[in-house]
Design a protein around this ligand. Structure first.
Ligand SMILES: NC(=O)C1=CN([C@@H]2O[C@H](COP(=O)(O)OP(=O)(O)OC[C@H]3O[C@@H](n4cnc5c(N)ncnc54)[C@H](OP(=O)(O)O)[C@@H]3O)[C@@H](O)[C@H]2O)C=CC1
Ligand SMILES: O=C([O-])CC(=O)C(=O)O
Length: 270
């Protein structure tokens, strides 16, 4: 069985650990790491099958010889640890995909991966259509737009929503319009999918974010045009139970990716 280690013991790290513990992902969970080790201890205490090492550093985590490391922490964590993991020849699943829109970080990680043959994996998250976008990118995507509509509480705390009276909103309000590379800095926990779209399409989407008190779902609309196809996809997602920012579909897409990477049947669809 593949050996998996997780960086970040918050919402998503917890879901991943539980999925491994329950056998939904057939792998061994060998190490956990977080800035705050107490979070890893709490998480590990709820696991039944195997107690992973609570690492005090990245070095200790890598000492457990993982085949795969999942970053479920922050864009900063991708910048801090990504290169060292890949340089050891270990595959990396990046959830804070926004970090990869910074060209310096992306090229550093790409260089490390190419040097060792390790791979960087990005989940499809809360959207669909990455498969078609990747195909369209072979002839060039001429236009790409992501319109994200979330209930105000899902946007609370984002640097880009500072100064907006989210609680007082009675009607939908456009609170951001601009390039994906800026959107992922201003809304780091809300539009990682903008980065996944950019990587698939080979160009940045224009991102619009609407705080909408009339909806209870996270809605993502993708429009793309190339000379071979026009794409229009709308995904209406139920928020995940523990974190309204994250769509439940995004959690499932991460579990599904891990099942593909650790199992013997590999269906490539994203
Ligand atoms: N690709 C996708 O589809 C999606 C990706 N995401 C992204 O995944 C990441 C995890 O999300 P989520 O689980 O909800 O976040 P949480 O905040 O619940 O958990 C993240 C944990 O990682 C810790 N952490 C942050 N930075 C570091 C670091 N440099 N080194 C070690 N630990 C660190 C945090 O500590 P502290 O709180 O002290 O910072 C926290 O305990 C986020 O970046 C989020 O934006 C989210 C949804 C969908
Ligand atoms: O889950 C969602 O709706 C999208 C999201 O938070 C992200 O991509 O960061």
């Amino acid at each position: 069985m593949k050996r998996v280690a997780v960086i970040g013991c918050g919402n998503i790290g917890t879901e991943i650990a539980r999925a491994v513990d329950k056998g939904v992902v057939r792998a061994r969970l060998v190490a956990l790491y977080d800035i705050e080790p107490g979070r890893c201890r709490r998480l590990a205490s709820g696991l039944e099958r195997e107690r992973p090492l609570i690492a005090e550093s990245l070095g200790q985590l890598l000492g457990q010889r993982p085949d795969l490391v999942v970053e479920a922490a922050s864009q900063e964590a991708v910048r801090q640890y990504g290169e060292q993991i890949l340089k050891r020849g270990i595959d990396l699943v990046v959830l804070s995909v926004g970090a990869l829109l910074d060209s310096e970080t992306r090229e550093r990680l790409r260089g490390a991966a190419e040097a060792t043959g390790a791979r960087i994996h990005v989940p499809s998250g809360a959207v669909a259509g990455l498969d078609a976008l990747k195909s369209m990118s072979l002839v060039g995507v001429d236009r790409l737009v992501l319109r994200t509509r979330k209930p105000p509480r899902a946007l609370a705390g984002a640097p880009g929503a500072r100064g907006v009276d989210l609680e007082g909103l009675r009607e939908p309000r456009l609170i951001y319009r601009g390039p994906a590379s800026e959107a992922v800095k201003l809304f780091p926990a809300n539009v990682n999918i903008a980065a996944a779209l950019a990587l698939a399409a080979g160009r940045e989407p224009l991102v619009e974010i609407v705080a909408d008190p009339t909806v209870d779902r996270n809605i993502h609309e993708v429009e793309a045009e190339s000379k071979v196809s026009r794409l229009h996809i709308v995904v209406e997602n139920v928020p995940s139970p523990r974190n309204p920012r994250t769509s439940y579909l995004a959690l499932l897409s991460i579990i599904d990716l891990l099942r593909s990477l650790t199992g013997s049947v590999y269906i490539i669809a994203g």
